[in-house]
Design a protein around this ligand. Structure first.
Ligand SMILES: NC(=O)c1ccc[n+]([C@@H]2O[C@H](COP(=O)([O-])OP(=O)(O)OC[C@H]3O[C@@H](n4cnc5c(N)ncnc54)[C@H](O)[C@@H]3O)[C@@H](O)[C@H]2O)c1
Length: 326
């Protein structure tokens, strides 16, 4: 059983395999495949949709060429990275010989449980099985598998090849060495893994992010500011600082006495609802879904959507240029 394997054994088995597999080749899956292919690993990538798989090569090429345009990737390394990604609709073929398998299918507990049960039966004991779930409990995803010690959460952020963070989350039965090995493997392919000690809904990043979104939506709902003004306040205010000064550092910087005084006064006025806000539910019911319907909290004509997407990619690429060792 994997529970009995040592950290060195787990790491050695991974390195000897020289291969990762990714199950689900959509938005996240193709990006995770790209990270490992660029780092020199063979990658087996499976999806139920052959149309999705046909898009993987062109998408990875575009991503890598954009990075090369900023000097972040050697253009000569692109053909090799593309050659190392092997797509197939046959999951057993994709995972064969892989030392680490990332699951990145749609966010559905039953589907993920089914895939992990299959992977658990297919893959030898030495293979680490990781889920990219955004919020679902790792323990629940692993609950229908036998060898739960090798199942772990590795939560990448979109786009995974440009956002360094990967949250690494153990389920109730995960072997701590599997967590250690993932931290090590992810760091070696250039990611910034962060250990989450408890398998709680939303893990770490999404709990923080959605606490902020809940307050932002509540501010709009209560007429305190318009949606665009809320975003301006963050983009031109504390959002700039956040990239270099986290809230825990910042609390220490301003002083915990001041932080305590602010919380004494303001916390009771902040949004604490346990449900999605009425305005969010109302917009969803009206089909005002944001970019995909052209209207959400704001109007989104196609040109404006493209401008926002490009602005994000340019920002992330420039961030990497400015932070070459990150
Ligand atoms: N989109 C994000 O910003 C983001 C960020 C972090 C984590 N995630 C998580 O990553 C996972 C994937 O999200 P995504 O945005 O890439 O979704 P996506 O819809 O772009 O891709 C999911 C892919 O899974 C495939 N699929 C469905 N059933 C399958 C099966 N049985 N076998 C193989 N492939 C199958 C689909 O064909 C699709 O291509 C989800 O768990 C999601 O919550 C998403």
């Amino acid at each position: 059983m994997r529970q009995k394997m040592t950290l060195d054994q787990i790491k050695t088995m991974f390195e000897q395999s020289g291969k990762v597999a990714v199950v689900g080749g959509g938005l996240m899956g193709h990006g995770i495949a790209q990270i490992f292919a660029l780092a020199g690993y063979e990658v087996g990538l499976s999806d139920i949709s052959s149309e999705v798989l046909e898009q993987v090569g062109p998408k990875v090429r575009t991503n890598l060429e954009q990075m090369a345009g900023y000097g972040l990737v050697d253009p000569d390394a692109i053909p090799g990275a593309l050659r190392r990604i092997h797509t197939t609709t046959d999951m057993p073929q994709a995972v064969e010989g892989a030392g680490l398998v990332f699951e990145a299918v749609v966010e559905n507990l039953e589907l993920k449980q089914k895939i992990f049960s299959e992977l658990d039966a297919l893959c030898p004991d030495g293979t680490i099985l990781a889920t990219n779930t955004s919020v679902i409990s790792i323990t629940e995803i692993a609950s229908t598998s036998q060898n739960r010690g090798r199942i772990v959460g590795t939560h990448f952020w979109n786009p995974p090849f440009l956002v360094p963070l990967v949250e690494v989350i153990p389920g109730a039965d995960t072997n701590p060495y599997v967590v250690e090995a993932c931290m090590d493997i992810l760091a070696r392919v250039g990611k910034r893994p962060v250990r989450v000690k408890k398998d709680v809904p939303g893990f770490l990043g999404n709990r923080l992010q959605h606490a902020l979104w809940r307050e932002a939506i509540s501010i709009v709902e209560n007429g305190i500011a318009d949606a665009a003004e809320v975003d301006e306040a963050i983009k031109y205010g504390f959002g700039i600082r956040l990239a270099v000064l986290g809230p825990m550092e910042n609390a220490d910087l301003v002083g915990l006495d001041l932080t305590c005084a602010i919380h004494e006064y303001v916390l009771k006025h902040l949004e604490a609802s346990k449900e999605p806000s009425p305005i969010l539910k109302e917009k969803e019911a009206k089909g005002e879904l944001g970019f995909k319907s052209g209207k959400g909290f704001q109007d989104w004509p196609i040109e404006r959507q493209q401008e926002v997407r490009q602005r994000l990619v340019d920002h992330l690429l420039k961030w990497h240029v400015a932070n070459p060792k990150a």
